[in-house]
Ligand binder design. Structure first.
Ligand SMILES: NC(=O)c1ccc[n+]([C@@H]2O[C@H](COP(=O)([O-])OP(=O)(O)OC[C@H]3O[C@@H](n4cnc5c(N)ncnc54)[C@H](O)[C@@H]3O)[C@@H](O)[C@H]2O)c1
Length: 292
């Protein structure tokens, strides 16, 4: 399958874990994947692995909480490739700490990456995607609302055969923690709830340009992040390694943790033509853990 042939995809935080799985999957399906990752060594390692597997990839070390660096990344990618077709906003950090102990620094660090970083990645890439939309559609989208529908209808009548049903796909990684409060990770849960809200706002803002924005809410995925959660919970409760993780898996209806591939499959679906009529949605990929 080459569903994403000739498409350029930026995947943030793709040096390990879920992001790495997504990058490998999109590359296998033909995309040129940009490994936008904080850790230069892991960014290079993943890019090399993808090339070794026959895919095309570029390591791009970046801290996505740095708004200027994010904007520069978009300029650099467009200078090199000419276009950006997919953004997967995956980079994220976590911290397990009781709510009453959270400091201002804890709060700002988590929100700075998970919420502010993800939003400005979305904004920077979306502004490029808007430039890639045919002029007639862009003009119709930017016409004041009271006459927009009429103008758009006229445009479609004249040029319907030239218009695509989507001009870009943005997928944001939220979490089941975005669906329900987490007293041991209040800042993390708040950032992941915000991702669902940002997804809805961006879907509405970008719908006139036919750019789709959706979110994925993974449950438990055994990655280095999950290892960190298990260790931090172990320290708080005196649990043995693996105990906290197993306790969660036991309450998942499908009775197993997700794999990075489970999440990558859902992301690939949202990136594909099959999802051209889906926008503003948040999909739980969690073995039935949440059902809203
Ligand atoms: N693992 C899970 O169970 C789980 C569940 C729900 C949601 N998620 C979400 O999925 C995403 C990926 O999680 P994961 O488990 O693969 O995490 P991970 O910690 O294993 O990997 C995250 C990657 O993001 C990179 N990163 C962190 N901060 C960055 C920054 N400022 N700029 C660029 N890169 C940065 C890290 O270096 C790392 O390579 C996160 O947004 C996370 O919140 C994970």
């Amino acid at each position: 399958m080459e569903r994403f042939k000739e498409q350029v995809a930026i995947i943030t935080g793709s040096g390990q874990g879920i992001g790495k799985g997504i990058a490998r999957r999109l590359a296998r399906e033909g995309a040129y994947v940009i490994i936008a990752e904080y850790n230069p060594e892991s960014a290079n390692a993943v890019a090399q692995e993808i090339e070794f597997e026959g895919g095309r990839s570029l390591a791009y070390p970046i801290d996505i909480s740095d708004v200027a660096a994010v904007r520069q990344m978009v300029v650099n990618v467009v200078t090199r490739f000419g276009h950006i077709d997919i953004l997967v906003n995956n980079a994220g950090i976590v911290q397990t700490k009781p709510m009453m102990d959270l400091s201002r620094e804890d709060w700002d660090r988590i929100i700075g990456v998970n919420q502010r970083g993800a939003f400005f990645c979305l904004q920077a890439v979306a502004s490029q995607m808007v430039k890639q939309v045919p002029e007639a559609l862009r003009k119709a989208a930017e016409t004041p609302a009271d006459i927009m529908n009429l103008k758009l209808e006229q445009t479609i009548d004249q040029e319907s055969s030239d218009l695509q049903t989507s001009y870009g796909k943005i997928i944001n990684l939220s979490s089941v923690a975005g669906r329900r409060g987490r007293p041991l990770a209040t800042h993390y849960a708040a950032s992941k709830s915000a991702i669902i809200s940002i997804t809805q706002s961006a879907a509405l803002a970008l719908a006139p340009y036919r750019i789709n924005v959706n979110a994925i809410c993974p449950g438990i995925v055994p990655t280095p992040m999950w290892q960190q959660i298990d260790e931090e919970r172990g320290e708080l409760f005196g649990a043995k390694p693996g105990e906290a993780a197993n306790a969660f898996v036991n309450i998942v209806p499908l009775k197993r943790a997700a794999t990075a591939e489970d999440i990558a499959g859902a992301v690939a679906f949202f990136c594909s033509d099959d999802a051209d009529y889906i926008t503003g949605q948040a999909l739980n990929v969690d073995g039935g853990f949440e059902m809203n």
